[in-house]
Design a binder for this molecule. Structure first.
Ligand SMILES: C[S@@+](CC[C@H](N)C(=O)[O-])C[C@H]1O[C@@H](n2cnc3c(N)ncnc32)[C@H](O)[C@@H]1O
Length: 264
C-alpha cells in the first residue's frame, strides 16, 4: 500500500467527517481525562495523522501541550486556520519515521489513521518509541453500530464485475482493534473508554454520491470505469427493489478510546 495523503479531500474533510461541536467537546474532554488519569498533563502529547484538528484543536484549546504531525500540507493548513490562538504545534512528518527523539512525549494519540498507513505495526512501534516510560498510547476510533455506508459498501463489492472487484475496505475500527490486541498480547494494559455517542443523518443518494466523488480513501485505489459501472448497477438494483434513494436514515455509533499502558 502506498502513502495516502488526504490533501485531495482537505477542503471537504470537515464537512464530510466533522462532529457537531458538542460531540467534539465530549471527545476532547474524555481524552484530557484519560491523560490526567494516567500521565502528567505537563508532558507533551503527539497526535499522529492530526488532519484538520478534528480532535487536536479541542485538545490544544484545553491547554494540552499538543504536537500534531501529518503528511498532508493541506490538512495541516486547515488546522492552522482554525487554531486562532496558535496553541497547537504542527509539523509535516510521516508516521513510520517520526522526527522526534526517543521518550520525548508523555503520550501519543492517533485517531482514524491506522487503516490508511502502509504498515500500522510500524506506526505503533514509532509511537511507542517516542513515548517516555510510564506514558500512554491512545488509539481512538469511531465504532459504528449502524451505518448505511457499510451496507452499501457490501452491496457495491458484490456488484463489481468478476475480475474488477477491489479488495474490501480495511476499516479503521478493524485495524485499530487489531493494534490494541497486539499491544495486549505484548503485555500492555488496555482500557476501553466510550467517550461519546455519534450519529448522523444520511441517505443512499448521499452515500453513493460521496463514493462517486471519491470522498473516502478506499475509493482512491479503485479504477474509474469499473467504479462507475458498479455504482450505476447498484443504483438500478436499489430502485428495482423499490428503494427510495433520498430517504433519510440515522447512522449510529460511538467514539471509543483505547488507552494502552505498558506493564510494570
Ligand atoms: C482520516 S484522516 C484522520 C485525521 C484526524 N486524526 C481525524 O480524526 O480527523 C487521516 C489523516 O492521516 C494522514 N496520514 C495518512 N497517512 C499518513 C502517514 N503515513 N503519516 C502521517 N500522516 C498520515 C492523512 O493525511 C490524514 O490527514
Amino acid at each position: 500500500m502506498t502513502l495516502r495523503s488526504f490533501d485531495r479531500v482537505a477542503d471537504l474533510y470537515d464537512r464530510t467527517r466533522g462532529y457537531p461541536p458538542a460531540v467534539a467537546g465530549r471527545i476532547a474532554d474524555g481524552i484530557v481525562q484519560a491523560l490526567s488519569d494516567h500521565t502528567a498533563l505537563d508532558g507533551r502529547l503527539l497526535d499522529v495523522g492530526a488532519g484538520t484538528g478534528r480532535h487536536g484543536l479541542g485538545l490544544a484549546q484545553r491547554g494540552v501541550r499538543y504536537v500534531g504531525v501529518d503528511i498532508a500540507r493541506g490538512m495541516l493548513e486547515r488546522f492552522r486556520a482554525r487554531d486562532r490562538a496558535a496553541a497547537a504545534r504542527l509539523l509535516l512528518a510521516e508516521a513510520s519515521r517520526l522526527p522526534f527523539r526517543d521518550a520525548s512525549f508523555a503520550a501519543a494519540l492517533t485517531v482514524h489513521v491506522l487503516h490508511v498507513v502502509p504498515d500500522a505495526e510500524r506506526m505503533v512501534a514509532e509511537m511507542r518509541r517516542v513515548v517516555r516510560p510510564g506514558g500512554v498510547l491512545l488509539l481512538g476510533m469511531d465504532r459504528w453500530t449502524q451505518r448505511l455506508r457499510d451496507e452499501l459498501y457490501r452491496r457495491l463489492q458484490e456488484t463489481f464485475a468478476e475480475g474488477e472487484r477491489p479488495p474490501p475496505p480495511r476499516t479503521d475500527a478493524m485495524v485499530t482493534q487489531q493494534m490494541a490486541d497486539r499491544l495486549e498480547e505484548r503485555g500492555w494494559y488496555l482500557e476501553y473508554r466510550v467517550l461519546a455517542t455519534i450519529g448522523r443523518r444520511t441517505s443512499a443518494a448521499e452515500v453513493l454520491g460521496s463514493i462517486e466523488r471519491r470522498t473516502w480513501s478506499w475509493t482512491w485505489q479503485v479504477r474509474e470505469e469499473p467504479l462507475r459501472r458498479a455504482l450505476q448497477q447498484l443504483r438500478q438494483d436499489l430502485l428495482a427493489e423499490g428503494g427510495d434513494l433520498d430517504r433519510a436514515v440515522d447512522d449510529r455509533g460511538e467514539f471509543v478510546l483505547h488507552v494502552a499502558r505498558p506493564a510494570g
